[in-house]
Design a binder for this molecule. Structure first.
Ligand SMILES: Cc1cc2nc3c(=O)[nH]c(=O)nc-3n(C[C@H](O)[C@H](O)[C@H](O)COP(=O)(O)O)c2cc1C
Length: 212
C-alpha cells in the first residue's frame, strides 16, 4: 500500500507569511488541479490567478460589504451575530499573496437533452442534475491543488464563503467569462508558523456503511 501521509499532512491554512509564491509553483499546482477527474472529461473549469495585493485587499472589502448587507437583513440579533461571526473565514484571503478564483462552465448532459426533448417532468430533470457533476469536478480539481500545495510546503484554503459577492468580485476584477460562473476560491501562500491543527474527523463507523 502507498504512503498516504501527504493526505494527512494537509490542513486548511488561513494565515500566510508575506512571501511571494513563484509563478512556476502556481503553474505546477494548476497543472495538478487539471489532472483531476472531471465528468465525461469535460474539464469544465477555468482558473483566474490574482497576485495584486491591492486588488486582493479590495476583493476582501467587497466581500465584507456584501456580508454586512446580508447581516443587516437578519430578523434577530442572534442571527445577525452568528452571521457576522464567520466574516473572518470569508475574508481570510486578504493576507494571502495568491488567490485563485475557480470558475465552472455548464456540464453538458446528453441524458438531460434526451429526457427534456421527450417531455420529462421538472422532477425527473432535477433528479438528473442533483448530483451537480460540474461542481463535483471543480471540487476534485481544488483538492488536487490543495494536496499539491501542502506537499510543496505551501498553505492553502478552499473557500466558497465569499461567493455571495460573486457579482461584485467579477465587476472588481473586470473579468466576465461568458458561460462561466465563479464557484470557489483558493487562498495560497507560505503558511505562518504554528497554525492550528487539522480539526478531528467523525469516526469512520459514523460515516461508512459496508453492504456485504
Ligand atoms: C467547499 C468548501 C468550502 C469551504 N469554504 C471555506 C471558507 O469560505 N472559509 C474557510 O475559512 N474555510 C472554508 N473551507 C475549509 C473548511 O472549513 C475546512 O476544510 C474544514 O474545517 C476542515 O479542516 P481542514 O481543511 O483543516 O481539514 C471550505 C471547505 C470546502 C470543502
Amino acid at each position: 500500500m502507498g504512503n498516504l501521509d501527504f493526505i494527512y499532512k494537509r490542513k486548511s491554512i488561513r494565515k500566510f507569511k508575506d512571501e511571494v509564491v513563484p509563478k512556476e509553483d502556481i503553474l505546477k499546482l494548476l497543472d495538478a488541479a487539471v489532472h483531476a477527474p472531471s465528468p465525461k472529461h469535460q474539464q469544465n473549469w477555468h482558473f483566474v490567478v490574482l497576485q495584486n495585493k491591492e486588488l486582493i485587499d479590495k476583493m476582501a472589502d467587497v466581500v465584507t460589504k456584501s456580508h454586512e448587507h446580508i447581516g443587516a437583513l437578519a430578523k434577530t440579533e442572534k442571527d445577525q451575530k452568528t452571521h457576522m461571526s464567520v466574516i473572518k473565514y470569508y475574508t481570510l484571503f486578504r493576507n494571502a499573496p495568491v488567490v485563485v478564483l475557480v470558475y465552472a462552465c455548464e456540464y453538458k448532459m446528453i441524458e438531460y437533452k434526451i429526457l427534456k426533448e421527450n417531455g420529462a417532468s421538472q422532477e425527473e430533470l432535477d433528479r438528473l442534475t442533483s448530483a451537480q457533476s460540474g461542481a463535483q469536478g471543480i471540487g476534485a480539481a481544488v483538492e488536487n491543488f490543495l494536496l499539491g500545495a501542502s506537499a510543496m510546503g505551501y498553505g492553502a484554503c478552499y473557500m466558497t464563503g465569499p461567493s455571495h459577492a460573486k457579482n461584485e468580485i467579477e465587476e472588481l476584477i473586470g473579468l466576465k467569462k461568458d458561460g462561466y460562473e465563479l464557484m470557489s476560491m483558493i487562498a495560497l501562500g507560505v503558511p505562518e508558523e504554528n497554525t492550528p491543527p487539522q480539526p478531528k474527523r467523525k469516526p469512520l463507523e459514523e460515516v461508512v456503511t459496508f453492504i456485504d
